[in-house]
Design a protein around this ligand. Structure first.
Ligand SMILES: Nc1ncnc2c1ncn2[C@@H]1O[C@H](COP(=O)(O)OP(=O)(O)O)[C@@H](O)[C@H]1O
Ligand SMILES: [Mg+2]
Length: 290
């Protein structure tokens, strides 16, 4: 399902002196099948935007189509529609492990499933939970453990399994690798890629403020600043604007910095900024100019 936002505007505490304009006229299309990165500084509106996508924040101004669900059409957004929307768009909040609550890993993930499939049999629940844990690379023997006894990275994966278990088409993750160590970050990004590549989830949307992470992993990006989208496109197009990205104090991937420095000494190399492409183009330049 395709997501189309048009002129999305949102103010917290509207009509009070604490009003905050969190989104201002945000228009963005997220195509089905993309691995979409939402980037921007803290407070730029990223979380407010993504929380509109499954109705956690109700639409107050502008248009929003999520697949064929029109969130602007208030008359049709009855409770049942929200439930349908939430079964299609799974939302993983920032630090989701803080929301684990059940006695065991099994019960926590099963809760996520039963919420959407209340009439399922115990056998179906079991199958779904095992499958979700397996997809997150969690060993079977963790099911009877308390989530509190797992490592930080494992807790996060259990929390993601609790969302994935309901089989959403779109998986939205707010800063999914924040706070993990470098190995844990790579492992989790690889898992997300595998889920995307194998079609378990059609579209993945991640919030990040790490330019390298976005460049290496995303097919498309949108850059938020002060509640607005300043650039959107392929990472290779967005990161070409190193001057503007530096002015926004977001910077570019490390490959972008290096390409700028090479340019300053007269070596101009074209690259899409991924490490692999960067290395190949440097090697080609070296061979061609030997
Ligand atoms: N629940 C809230 N109540 C009031 N203001 C909020 C709330 N959540 C976020 N904001 C404000 O809205 C703006 C956008 O925040 P947010 O969407 O959380 O940005 P980001 O995810 O990019 O850090 C910020 O100015 C933030 O302080
Ligand atoms: Mg946020």
């Amino acid at each position: 399902m395709r997501i189309v936002a048009e002129n999305l505007t949102f103010t917290y505490n509207k009509k009070s002196k604490f009003a905050v304009d969190a989104l201002k006229d945000v228009s963005l299309t997220i195509e089905e099948g993309s691995f979409f990165g939402i980037i921007g500084h803290t407070g730029s509106g990223k979380s407010t935007f993504i929380q509109h996508l499954n109705g956690i924040i109700p639409l107050t101004s502008g248009k929003l189509m999520v697949g064929d669900i029109n969130l602007a059409d208030k008359k049709k957004i009855v409770k049942k529609k929200y439930k349908q929307l939430r079964s299609k768009v799974g939302m993983v909040f920032q630090y989701p492990e803080y929301q684990l609550f059940a006695e065991t890993v099994f019960l926590d993930v099963a809760f996520g499933y039963k919420n959407f499939y209340p009439n399922s049999t115990e056998e179906e629940v079991k199958m779904a939970v095992f499958k979700a844990l397996d997809m997150l690379g969690l060993p079977k023997d963790c099911i009877n453990k308390s989530p509190l006894d797992l490592s930080g990275g494992q807790k996060r994966r259990v929390a993601i399994a609790g969302v994935l278990v309901s089989k959403p088409e779109v998986l939205v993750l707010d800063e999914p690798v924040a706070g993990l160590d470098p190995v844990g970050k790579n492992e989790l990004m690889k898992i997300l890629h595998d889920l995307h590549r194998s079609g378990v989830v059609k579209t993945v949307i991640i919030v990040s403020h790490d330019m390298d992470e976005v460049c290496e992993n995303c097919s498309d990006v949108a850059v938020f600043s002060e509640g607005k989208i300043v650039f959107a496109g392929k990472p290779s197009e967005v990161f070409k604007r190193s001057k503007e990205m530096n002015e926004l104090r977001l910077g570019v991937p490390v490959t972008g910095f290096l390409l700028d420095e090479l340019k300053a000494v007269g070596v101009e190399i074209d690259s899409d900024f991924t490490r692999e492409d960067f290395v190949q183009n440097i090697a080609k330049y070296y061979k061609d100019n030997k």
